[in-house]
Design a protein. Structure first.
Length: 531
């Protein structure tokens, strides 16, 4: 056990109130277990597997845990494998994961964001918390193995640099699944002005100016209360706040050091000075922004298609038509936006088999079920005839989901029957989001926001893994630079700092050793390419 976790174990062991009765640590084996590779479902076994996984609020809206959902009960019936679910307290998954790891008393399966494990997932294997899955997948997981064989670039994302698989992953292979948020504008006002949907940054400037001149209180509303929100603001208009992959040179670059970042910053500062951006964008909460949109005070914003756009379409004051548009580009004819918001195909989470598991083969068989045809339909859509029906060859949600007779919201009803609405070991089906986004305005948003995704993907930093020593160095650099960078960005936009000080801004980040950070990211990228 690493020194860090020994310290955590000593400090927090008394606080750990978990018991895992179905498995006990039997050495640090990485054997493939006892289930034959050609076993058929349901498997004839009297064993129970323990499974630690976060339980979403959508589930607990109607039941106490995942084991009570129709999904879990159907999965146990079809696989023949009993599952004992163990859930951390909501909102405390990270803290309780650390406690769990520190205890050394592990369940058979842990579903977590293993990519963010201290020292990387390879460290979780080296410190004997989870097993490398290469052998167990080869022997007992034909479905995920076949998928990886057919999608080698996606397979690479779920490996350590030395080629060890560590997780049954949550994968979202369709661009529509990766681009579920984007720019939204008052289409009713564009129709009033006789303007087309904006394409370029110049089009946006003209549109926002028209909103202001027409008396719209907040032409452009954004939240910028954290790094993610700041990156949204920059990504929409052509800048990037962190490391990225330059597709032309195949090298890692740091966004603020590049000319397009200064151009974006200068443009946004101009817009702010002309009252085109919400004067309170640095502190505006989502709740306040939503209220402003619904009351017709906002001309354009950035939001998700589910939970925001749908509510605005259905509930805005008369005449307000909030509609999606494509991410803007610098010039007409550009193939897409370099830095638009887009998730990774591998969502950086999944289910790992622990070294405490007495039968890794059985655990692998259970998890692999969801990557086969039947399991894929169950995990994505639920039970045919209950949560979905096949219509013209496509799954369509029933009224149990769309108009739940027990009064559950759509999201809460979905969580009872499927895992695609949250996360899990699966290949997420695009049909899930096409059903979930039930309004035509939402369906249009999926098309608009996913436009140019192949181009964006070229500039997205791959899922590289710094070594243990590099990770410490990268963290130290980030701790020094990120808060400074974000504060300065806001000061430049709002005019609290003159753009004349931009060079000193860059120099300060260099003094914080960002250039060393680029070197580390480049080295990690070279290892990634060689996986």
């Amino acid at each position: 056990m690493s020194k860090f976790y020994k310290v955590v174990a000593l400090a927090l062991s008394l606080a750990l109130m978990m018991s895992f009765t179905a498995c006990s640590k039997q050495g640090q084996t990485q054997s493939a277990g006892k289930i034959s590779a050609d076993a058929q479902y349901p498997i004839d076994t009297d064993k129970t597997l323990t499974y630690w996984v976060n339980c979403s609020k959508n589930i607990t809206a109607s039941v106490t845990g995942m084991g009570e959902t129709e999904f879990a009960q159907e999965a146990e019936k079809r696989t023949g494998i009993d599952i004992e679910y163990i859930h951390p307290a909501q909102g405390q998954s990270t803290e309780q994961f650390n406690l769990l790891i520190a205890s050394g008393d592990l369940p058979d399966i842990i579903e977590y964001g293993w990519y963010s494990f201290p020292g990387g997932p390879g460290m979780a294997i080296d410190d004997n918390y989870i097993i490398a899955l290469n052998d167990v997948m080869k022997s007992h997981a034909p479905n995920i193995s076949k998928y990886f064989d057919e999608h080698p670039e996606q397979a690479k994302m779920t490996q350590t640099d030395d080629g060890r698989y560590y997780v049954f992953p949550f994968m979202s292979p369709d661009p529509k699944l990766l681009s579920t948020a984007g720019p939204i504008v008052r289409m009713d006002l564009l129709e009033k002005y006789g303007m087309e949907a904006p394409v370029t940054y110049d089009d946006w400037y003209k549109m926002l100016t028209a909103f202001k001149n027409d008396g719209i209180e907040i032409p452009l509303s954004f939240n910028a209360t954290n790094t993610h929100e700041i990156q949204q603001l920059f990504g929409v208009f052509g800048g990037y706040t962190d490391y990225y992959l330059d597709a032309e040179t195949d090298t890692i670059k740091y966004g603020p050091f590049e000319p397009e970042f200064k151009e974006t910053l200068t443009m946004l500062a101009k817009w702010y000075s002309e009252d085109l951006i919400d004067k309170n964008f640095t502190t505006t909460s989502t709740t306040i922004r939503d209220s402003n949109v619904l009351n017709g005070k906002v001309g354009a914003t950035y939001a998700s298609g589910g939970g925001q756009l749908d509510g605005w379409v259905l509930n805005a004051v008369d005449g307000v038509k909030m509609r999606s548009v494509k991410f803007p580009v610098k010039n007409v004819g550009d193939p897409g936006s370099k830095f638009k918001a887009m998730a990774y195909y591998y969502r950086m989470s999944g289910a790992a088999i622990t070294t405490s598991c007495e039968d890794p083969g059985l655990a692998a068989k259970y998890l692999d079920y969801f990557y086969g045809d039947e399991g894929h339909m169950l995990v994505n859509f639920g039970i045919e005839g209950e949560s979905y029906e096949m219509v013209d060859g496509k799954p369509v949600y029933t009224d149990k989901i769309m108009k739940n007779p027990d009064g559950l919201s759509m999201s809460d009803a979905m969580a009872r029957y499927m895992r695609s609405c949250n996360s899990g070991p699966m290949i997420q089906d695009v049909g899930y989001i096409e059903n979930r986004y039930y309004l035509q305005e939402q369906k249009d948003a999926l098309v608009n926001w996913s436009w140019g995704s192949d181009y964006t993907q070229k500039y997205k930093l791959p899922l590289i893994l710094p070594s243990k020593e590099e990770a410490t160095e990268v963290a130290d650099i980030a701790n020094n630079v990120n808060t400074y960078r974000d504060n300065m960005i806001l000061k430049f936009i709002t005019g609290l700092e003159s753009m004349d000080k931009y060079d000193s801004f860059i120099q300060q980040m260099k003094d914080y050793n960002v250039e060393r950070g680029i070197e580390i990211q480049q080295a990690a990228y070279e290892r990634y390419k060689n996986r």
